[in-house]
Structure formats: structure tokens, C-alpha cells
Design a protein. Structure first.
Length: 473
């Protein structure tokens, strides 16, 4: 439990960030097999840790309350600022090259280093070093995946898992919609609702099938069997985790869809509906009769969770939901093309960008530091409130998610504790950091520091943290 002083610091930092973002625009990883688990989240709770308020009700129920960074709050903040006494003009920032160049040259960052720093108030790039050079972004690509999903679907979109039957009610099909956050409790509730619907028709014995056709293409990520990601399928429970964990690497099911269907059969039996032989994979009937449905949390909450905990399974689901919404095949390739299309609509620099997956585990991904800072600046734009979860989902230095054990006392990034919010990226030989920072003179900056061929994350991560902390100072 956090001490009161720390709680006050966290809350103060969050509030300051919102006010600064409001004034700024008129106003607001993954791991390779065998690699150290540098991005395992200490906070394992499934609930998102960002700033938005989310509800578990489905679309047919009242919509979730807007996030604190939604238009109403921005309007109120702007109004308060307008009524406040005029303040002296803030002098322009000092050139950053003298500060950042020596830090970017740290041996721990290896020979390939790119950087971009943007003033969110003006959109002006304050610092660049190979800013438009596309490099392997590792897990910072989740910023792009999240922005694309929110643009295509909106923050209130929810993913449904359903059960349907045919006119004769002899077979029930469990239809996966692509929600990796489906858990045992919701699966049990879905079984209870399904059994109730069947009993109302006088049915107590059915054949059970399961439909995963929402997704296409290979289920296995190109990295192969790996504790950092389950097979990418439209039907799974608890991300296919076998150890009860909710974040970070874990042993995974080789057949999460089949496991979910078999568990569902057992739950139906508990509610008085027998299914006979084991469930088989099959498409739902064309003239399907709906029986029951369960919904994921809103997309805003899913984005925050994906960013805070660097959730690879959820990031791949966000990419495929983007593909489905835009008429692309829900495969690795189709999702990549869908993400690129949505980002193009945002007008961000995409030269050389490649989205081989949604999570950043694929070394074929390419993104520039300028692309990432442009996306972060778009997320602070009051004209694009749907993108706000990209900011509210970023881990807070020294406090949450994949930054919980960084920016600690005595570390190179200590000055950035509570002021830096950033997405981490970690692959063997690749270390990246992209996010926002509140500066000492009250500015909100977006930054991206991407390093390749790094000798060790133990040297690279402190160097990246030092760069962001230097902006805070």
C-alpha cells in the first residue's frame, strides 16, 4: 500500500498532467524467448491503471462515463484558466542538444540511436536525432496499435463473445469475437445465460461447437511458442495463461480456443445442459438464433491495460479489431495494413513504417521516433478526445506498470519519478522509451528514444530513463 505522501505525489502528478495538457493545446515489452522479463508488471491486477473511468456494462446498457481527459473536463479546465489572472509569458525553452546529445551518446545505448522531442503546446520538434529513421520499435509500437484501434472503433467499443443456435436448437455454438480478456467469471455467466435460454425452449441436451472464424491466417506469432504470447485466436480465456497470472510472461495453452470451449461445456453441465461428446470447431449456422452474450470492457480500458502492462495478447487483439472494423482480413498481415491505414488518416509521418504485428514482438516492425511523438501529440489534441487513452494508459515512472521499478531513488531517472509517463520497449538488443514528461517550467513534452544493438538492458534502460529525466529537469 502506498504511503500518503506517495499517494499525494501520484495524484498531484496526474492532475498536473491533465492541466498542462489542457493548456498545451488550448487546453491536456515484450521479450524474446529466454530474455530477462524486463517488462513484467509488478501490479498484476487486471483492472486498468490509467486515468479513465470504465464500466463493465454492455452496449445495450448505459455508456461508460467519459475519461477525466474527455471534452467536458478539458472545457472546464480551459474555462478556469481563462478566468485566472494573466501570467507572464513563459520564455522559450533552451536548446536541448547540449543536454541530450551527451546522454544519447551513452555506450549503453549501442550504435543505433534515434530521438525526437516535441513540444505538445506548439507541435514543434525541439530535438531530433535521426527522428525520421525507421527502426525496430519493440513494444513502443503499441502506441501506434492503440491509436489506430481508437481511431477505427472509438473508446466505447466493446468486444462480444456470444452463443447461438440453429432453428432446431440441437447445436449450440460458442462464437469468439476476439476478446482475450474473457475470464472464468464471465464465461460462467455466459453459460448460465445460455442454459437459461435453452431451458426456456425446453432444451437440456445439445451438441457444442466453437467458432474462431473471426480471425484468419496463422494463430502462432512468428516468434513461435513463447511465454509472452498465446496463439492469437478469436476465442480464449485469460489470455491462455496456465498459472493464474494476469500480466507478464506465463506458460500458455497450446489450444486456448479448445480449452475455453471444453470449460464452457462443463459450465453448461453445471447449469443442467449436457453436451455429450467433446466440442468441435465449426462455424456458426448462417441463420443463427442468438442465445446469450458477454462484453469486454470498453476499448479505452483495453488500450490502457495494453499500454500499462505491455500486454502482447491484448495488443494483437486491438490490431485485429482494427482490421475487422476497416474491412481487412483479421490476420497479422491484414491487421498491419489496417493499422497503417488508420494512422494515415491521423496525418502522422509513416515513411518506412511497417506493422508486422500489433505487439512489437516481431523484429520486422519499423517505426520512427517522429511517428511516435506525432501520435502522442495527436492524443493530446482536444479535437481528438477518442485518443486520450493513449496518454492515460502510459505507465508512470516509479509508480505503475512496466515503469514501476524504474525512476527510483538513486537511479539516473530519479528526477522523472511521477513526471514521466512512457511506454517501454524491450527485445534482445533493442531498448526503447516513448511518452510524455512534465518539465520544470511547466511544459508538456512528447519524446521517443529508440536504441538498437544495445549491449544489455541493464545499461540501456537507465540511459533511456536518464534522457527522459533530463527533460523533466
Amino acid at each position: 500500500m502506498l504511503e500518503p505522501k506517495v499517494v499525494r505525489l501520484t495524484a498531484g502528478s496526474a492532475a498536473l498532467g491533465l492541466v498542462l495538457a489542457a493548456g498545451a493545446v488550448t487546453l491536456a515489452g515484450p521479450w524474446d524467448s529466454g530474455q530477462r522479463t524486463a517488462e513484467r508488471a509488478r501490479a498484476a491486477a487486471q483492472a486498468p491503471t490509467g486515468g479513465a473511468s470504465h464500466h463493465a456494462a454492455g452496449p445495450e446498457r448505459p455508456a461508460p462515463k467519459p475519461a477525466p481527459s474527455a471534452p467536458g473536463v478539458l472545457t472546464a479546465l480551459t474555462s478556469l484558466r481563462a478566468k485566472a489572472a494573466p501570467r507572464p509569458a513563459v520564455p522559450p525553452p533552451a536548446p536541448l542538444a547540449a543536454t541530450l546529445d551527451p546522454l544519447l551518446a551513452a555506450p549503453g545505448l549501442g550504435p543505433l540511436r534515434t530521438a525526437s522531442v516535441v513540444d505538445v503546446t506548439t507541435g514543434k520538434q525541439l530535438y531530433g536525432n535521426g527522428a525520421h529513421t525507421p527502426v525496430t520499435p519493440a513494444s513502443t509500437i503499441k502506441i501506434a496499435t492503440s491509436a489506430a484501434a481508437l481511431t477505427a472503433l472509438g473508446p466505447d467499443h466493446r468486444i462480444a463473445t456470444t452463443t447461438v443456435t440453429g432453428p432446431d436448437a440441437k447445436r449450440v455454438t460458442l462464437v469468439g469475437g476476439g476478446d482475450p480478456t474473457l475470464d472464468r467469471a464471465r464465461l460462467r455467466a455466459l453459460a448460465a445465460d445460455t442454459a437459461r435460454a435453452l431451458r426456456s425452449r425446453g432444451v437440456t441436451a445439445v451438441q457444442l461447437a466453437y467458432d474462431t472464424s473471426r480471425y484468419t491466417g496463422p494463430e502462432r506469432h512468428p516468434i513461435g511458442v513463447n511465454d509472452n504470447i498465446a496463439p492469437v485466436t478469436a476465442l480464449m480465456t485469460d489470455e491462455g495463461r496456465l498459472d493464474g497470472s494476469t500480466a507478464g510472461p506465463a506458460p500458455r495453452s497450446a489450444d486456448p480456443a479448445g480449452d475455453t470451449a471444453r470449460a464452457f461445456a462443463g459450465l453448461l453441465a453445471e447449469h443442467g445442459v449436457t453436451t455429450g461428446k467433446p466440442p468441435a470447431r465449426a462455424r456458426a449456422p448462417k441463420k443463427a438464433v442468438p442465445l446469450a452474450k458477454t462484453w469486454s470492457a470498453p476499448l479505452s480500458a483495453l488500450v490502457e491495460r495494453a499500454l500499462t502492462h505491455s500486454d502482447n495478447d491484448l495488443a494483437e487483439a486491438l490490431a485485429r479489431q482494427t482490421a475487422i472494423a476497416t474491412g481487412h482480413p483479421a490476420s497479422f498481415d491484414g491487421a498491419g495494413r489496417a493499422v497503417a491505414r488508420q494512422l494515415r488518416e491521423l496525418g502522422v509521418p509513416l515513411a518506412g513504417a511497417r506493422f508486422a504485428d500489433g505487439s512489437g514482438l516481431d523484429r520486422g516492425d519499423r517505426a520512427s521516433a517522429a511517428l511516435l511523438t506525432s501520435l502522442l501529440a495527436r492524443a493530446a489534441d482536444p479535437a481528438r478526445p477518442q485518443l486520450r487513452p493513449v496518454l492515460t494508459g502510459l505507465p508512470v515512472g516509479g509508480f505503475s506498470g512496466t515503469l514501476a521499478d524504474r525512476y527510483t531513488d538513486g537511479s539516473p531517472g530519479a528526477a522523472g519519478a511521477g513526471l514521466v509517463r512512457a511506454k517501454t520497449g524491450t527485445l534482445t538488443g533493442v531498448n526503447t522509451l516513448a511518452g510524455t514528461v512534465v518539465t520544470g517550467d511547466g511544459r508538456l513534452l512528447a519524446f521517443a528514444f529508440l536504441a538498437g544493438r544495445t549491449p544489455s538492458p541493464y545499461a540501456a534502460q537507465p540511459a533511456l530513463d536518464g534522457l527522459a529525466a533530463a527533460l523533466a529537469r
